[in-house]
Design a binder for this molecule. Structure first.
Ligand SMILES: [Zn+2]
Length: 66
């Protein structure tokens, strides 16, 4: 069985720009949000970032919706 552990992390998702279901690269980024010092406890937020491999459009979505 082939393993995909270190290979391209792709998913087929709908792209608004292409108006198609296209291959997207999916990554999770931890973004440091340091604009507001009083909210230091919320300073690191995980975002799910997808990039359309057809048109290059990126979109990011905060994973903590609480
Ligand atoms: Zn696209």
């Amino acid at each position: 069985m082939a393993t995909t552990d270190n290979s391209f992390n792709g998913m087929t998702e709908h792209c608004e720009e292409c108006n198609l279901d296209t291959l997207h690269e999916v990554n999770v980024q931890i973004r440091t949000e340091s604009l507001k010092k009083e909210n230091a406890q919320f300073s690191r937020e995980p975002y799910r970032v997808t990039e359309c491999q057809r048109c290059g459009t990126r979109s990011s979505q905060r994973m903590n919706n609480a």
